[in-house]
Design a protein around this ligand. Structure first.
Ligand SMILES: Nc1ncnc2c1ncn2[C@@H]1O[C@H](COP(=O)(O)OP(=O)(O)OP(=O)(O)O)[C@@H](O)[C@H]1O
Ligand SMILES: [Mg+2]
Length: 382
C-alpha cells in the first residue's frame, strides 16, 4: 500500500496560494496510475471565489429519496470486504448491496473532514438531476452519525477507461468512434442544461456491460452558460488553455478535454504529461496557456479531429458552436459510423446488477451505519 498526496490548489485573484486540501490513501489502482507514463495525474480544484465554507457543520443531504429505492437508509446498504472500486479525492468508492432489492450499487464515500459543502452540493444535485443513457444514474445521498456522506450510484461492472486502455493500443477504430460519439451526445445533453463537466478523462468514464460509455464523477461539475467561470478545476493534462491562462471560461473546456481523451484512445497515451517535462503544476499550466506543439497520433485523420477539439480559439473549436455539430458528425474520422444508432436521451439504459450474481457470497458484509467505526482495511482487489 502506498500513500500519495492529492493537492488542491487555491488560486486567489490571480495569486497562487498552495494549500493541501486533499490527501488520501491510495491503493493498487493509484500505484498503477502514478507509476506509468500515461499517468493522468490528479484533479485539482481552485476557486477565485471566496474561501471554502466551514467544514464543521453537519451537511444535510439534498437527495435522500431515490426513484428506485424510495427513502435511502444507511442500514439498507451494506458493503463487502475486498471490494473497493476506487479511491477518490474524498474517500473510497465501495461496491455495495441494497438489501431490500438485492441490487449492486456503487457507494461513494465523502469523508466528513475532506469535503467542501458547496462542491458536494453541486455534485449531488447535478448528478441526481441527470437522466441520460451515457451517464451513470445517481440514486440518493445518505449521511452517517459521524457526518460522512455516501452517494448511492448505479454500479457499472468493469474497469474505468483508464485502466481498460492500460497504455496499449487496445481499442479498435470502431470502438473509439462509438465511445467518442457517445461522449459527444452526453456533453451536448449536459451543455444544454448549462452544466460544465470540467473533469472529462479516462478514469471518469466506465464502460457498461453492453459496451456503452457511462460518465461518472460530477465532483467538479458546475452550472454556467455564460463563460463566466474563473479559477482552475480539473485535471492538469486535460486542461484547456483558457482555463490554464486564468481567463473566464465555460462549456468549451469539455471539448478540449475530449480532444485529449481522443488522443489517448487512439495512442494509449496522453499528448503531454507533466512527468515528461519535470514541471511543477504552475509551470505546467503556464506551458499549456502559452501553447505547445501538439504531437501527432500518427493518424492524420485523428490528428485533424483532435486539432479541432483542441482549437485554442474557442469560437472555432468544435463542439459548443452549433454550426460545428455537423462538422463533428461529418468528420472523416467517423467514416463508417452511423450516428443514428446512438441511443436517444429519453432512453435510460439502467445497469441492473444483482449483487448475489457477482459471486461474492463468502465476503463479510457490513452495513453503512457501522462502517465509520470499523477498521476499513479493505484491499482494492475487485
Ligand atoms: N458507479 C460506479 N460503478 C463502478 N465503479 C465506480 C463507480 N463510480 C466510481 N467507480 C470507481 O471509483 C473510481 C473513483 O470514482 P470517482 O471518480 O467518482 O471518485 P473521485 O473521488 O471523484 O475521484 P477523483 O478525485 O480521483 O476523480 C472510478 O475511477 C471508478 O473506477
Ligand atoms: Mg474521478
Amino acid at each position: 500500500m502506498q500513500t500519495m498526496q492529492l493537492y488542491v490548489w487555491i488560486l486567489v485573484a490571480g495569486e497562487v496560494a498552495l494549500g493541501l486540501q486533499r490527501k488520501h490513501q491510495h491503493h493498487q489502482y493509484d500505484q498503477r496510475e502514478s507509476s506509468v507514463a500515461w499517468d493522468e495525474g490528479v484533479n485539482i480544484v481552485g476557486f477565485i471565489e471566496k474561501s471554502f465554507a466551514p467544514k464543521n457543520g453537519l451537511y444535510l443531504p439534498k437527495c435522500p429519496i431515490s426513484s428506485l429505492f424510495g427513502k435511502c437508509e444507511l442500514a439498507d446498504f451494506e458493503v463487502a470486504h475486498g471490494t473497493v472500486l476506487g479511491s477518490g479525492g474524498y474517500g473510497k468508492v465501495y461496491l455495495g448491496k441494497h438489501r431490500p432489492t438485492g441490487m449492486a450499487v456503487a457507494l461513494k464515500q465523502i469523508q466528513r473532514e475532506k469535503f467542501n459543502p458547496r462542491h458536494v452540493e453541486h455534485e449531488e444535485t447535478i448528478h441526481h438531476s441527470l437522466s441520460h443513457p451515457y451517464i451513470s444514474k445517481f440514486h440518493c445521498t445518505m449521511r452517517d452519525d459521524a457526518g460522512n456522506l455516501f452517494f448511492a450510484i448505479e454500479y457499472i461492472p468493469g474497469k474505468n477507461l483508464g485502466r481498460r486502455l492500460g497504455g496499449r493500443h487496445s481499442v479498435t477504430r470502431a470502438t473509439v468512434q462509438k465511445y467518442v460519439a457517445e461522449i459527444v451526445t452526453a456533453l451536448e445533453y449536459l451543455h444544454a442544461k448549462c452544466i460544465v463537466y470540467r473533469d472529462l478523462k479516462a478514469s471518469n468514464i466506465l464502460v457498461s456491460p453492453k459496451d456503452h460509455i457511462k460518465l461518472i464523477d460530477f465532483g467538479l461539475s458546475i452550472y454556467d452558460c455564460d463563460d463566466q467561470l474563473r479559477g482552475f478545476a480539473g485535471t492538469l493534462e486535460y486542461a484547456a488553455p483558457e482555463m490554464a491562462a486564468h481567463q473566464n471560461y465555460g462549456r468549451a473546456v469539455d471539448y478540449y478535454s475530449l480532444g485529449i481523451l481522443l488522443f489517448r484512445l487512439v495512442t494509449g497515451r496522453l499528448p503531454i504529461s507533466r512527468g515528461d517535462y519535470n514541471m511543477d503544476k504552475r509551470e505546467f499550466l503556464d506551458f499549456v496557456a502559452r501553447g505547445f506543439h501538439f504531437p501527432s497520433t500518427g493518424d492524420k485523420i485523428a490528428d485533424d479531429l483532435i486539432g479541432h477539439f483542441c482549437d485554442r480559439n474557442i469560437a472555432t473549436r468544435y463542439g459548443l458552436n452549433p454550426a460545428t455539430h455537423k462538422h463533428i458528425r461529418n468528420h472523416p474520422f467517423f467514416h463508417g459510423f452511423n450516428w443514428n444508432t446512438l441511443a436517444k436521451a429519453s432512453f435510460q439504459e439502467d445497469v441492473m446488477v444483482s449483487f448475489d450474481q457477482l459471486g461474492l457470497g463468502e465476503s463479510e458484509m457490513i452495513t453503512l451505519d457501522k462502517l465509520a467505526g470499523f477498521d476499513t482495511d479493505f484491499d482494492n482487489s475487485y
